[in-house]
Design a protein around this ligand. Sequence first.
Ligand code: ZN
Length: 217
Amino acid sequence: MDNRLQEFEKGHKAFQRIKFKQSKERFKKLVDEGQNPKALFIGCSDSRVMPAMITGSKPGDLFIVRNIGNFVAPYKPDADYHATASAIEYAVSILEVSDIIVCGHSHCGAIESLHKNIEATSENIHTVKWLELGKEAKKVALLAYGNADKETLLRYTEKISVVYQLDNLLTYPAVKKRVEEGTLYLHGWHYHMEDGDIEYYDDDNYEFKPLSQNSEG
Ligand SMILES: [Zn+2]
């Protein structure tokens, strides 16, 4: 075998030797009893965002779907293939999670590209279409921070986009029903990767607030 994936193979070996052994009972229980995750986590595909790591989750805790920009396309029951919608349906109606977290992050390439005018080609056509899910966020961000410096504009776009994705979640009948029943809670988060902090959206005050104060300062 060539050694293209040597690092991953080494990592897997270490996983088998240490982490898997430590969690063997947990994995066995999850196999025997099936999964019963608390939350659906909708995050960005960005390799620097690690849902389990930043939430201290263990196997079985989070049902995760990741896509470019952590977008949620509105409910659209047609003949197309909808990966994120399918994950939402499964999490909400079959697994009956009690919480959905939409987690954006700082330095999100998807959000940054909203502010560039990218022309569709045969090599990016799905992405250009997908990025339309951020256009409301971009519009509002430009109104609020169009004259601010680039980083301020981008951080705001990342955050306000999360709020729009929460709105889109409510277009799913199963989500809306359970939210209205009080059995499902929606959360908007923004992960700041340079300091490891998460902010949550406080919908009473329309602002993002620290999820926890980092005692290290
Ligand atoms: Zn991203």
